[in-house]
Design a protein around this ligand. Sequence first.
Ligand code: ADP
Length: 435
Amino acid sequence: MNQNWRAIIIRRVILIVLVSSLVGMVTGYYAWSLLAGLSIYLFWNLRQLLRLHEWLKTQQGDEAPPVGYGLWGEVFDSIYHLQRRDQRVRGRLQAVIDRVQESTTALKDAVVMLDSDGNLDWWNIAAETLLGLKTPQDSGQPITNLVRDPRFKEYFDGENYAEPLDLPSPVNDRRRLQFHITQYGNREHLMLVRDVTRLHQLEQMRKDFVANVSHELRTPLTVISGYLETLLDNVDAINPRWLRALQQMQQQGGRMQNLLNDLLLLAKLEATDYPSDNAPVTIDLMLLSIKNDAQALSAERHHRITLEADPHLKLKGSEAELRSAFSNLVFNAVKYTPDEGEIHIRWWGDERGAHMEVKDTGLGIEAKHLPRLTERFYRVDSSRASNTGGTGLGLAIVKHVLLRHRGTLDISSTQGKGSTFTCHFPSAQMVRRNQ
Ligand code: ADP
């Protein structure tokens, strides 16, 4: 009921005053009767207030309010309705929380909620089996104390969670876990952990298979190539009809050997995370020798190859791997730049780190190919690539070597104008020679 309580109260007070005045006029005690009338009204209001207080104090659960009169009755009812509504909302929320908790309990993946400092807030049962978290002792503990792998600490503190992190389980190092972290709200973290042991084993089987096949094929291929070479060394003794066939067999045999070497190198690069030899490498001298090799590769094609390298800047890493990556980029520039084109090699350092760049005035690459260029066997134009004797694995090797040296590859290219391949290395990997 929507009544105008203000008007009703004013009317009620006026009525009390009028009745009290009337009684006062009749009895002659005008002031006393007015005081008595208003006191009765005040007393009545205080009593209602007291009843409300008693009800609120003793109320448990769903108890209905006492019967009230007038405005007080409406106040009792309104409070009662508010309480009921609040209880219903709380019930619904609790049901949602229960459902979420039940479903996360049934999950095989671990779900862990962390506060903004990385301390444990809440986790499901799978987190106890996968990560060995203990309820309730571990509540409030920093996650980096419980997952103690240094790679996890680096990943967690780095706050770059675009890619998941794969690690052995802290409970059982035969199991492999994948960590996904998402930040939400006030820099809190939601961490999902999946058991990827099976996937990891399959991936390992694939790598082993490729490595074994490449290794096993090497010996027969060496024998065949050896015989072909011997045959071709005695050109006069063989039927001229066979000469071209033998030459082609030798050429394709060479290609197969390159392919196997590249596959084996990739398998080796994939086997470990970081290069074991991490001594500073003199890149300027390495680039000079690569430049000379490139000039020899170019031969009569007369490319103009220039080198500009900072002699004081060294890079921590594996010399063999870096040589393989850089020579792949430089030789690609020779392969995919028309005769007499220009190739510029640069090695320099700045506040963002160290950089090695190969810029050519070659054929260029259409923008749509750029994101897929470092995939194995990906070629822009397979007929063009097979003419150059490429394996399609060169840039995949470059990507892997850079990954192992914490570097990234940047490719920019304009079709018909040329391409620029730049390797960026973080400052932590560079060493100044005069230091
Ligand atoms: P390949 O052995 O075929 O050269 P890569 O992985 O080294 O394989 O390169 C992949 C593809 O990228 C090549 O087939 C070629 O089409 C393209 N490519 C690489 N480097 C260059 C370059 N400097 N200029 C133009 N295209 C290039």
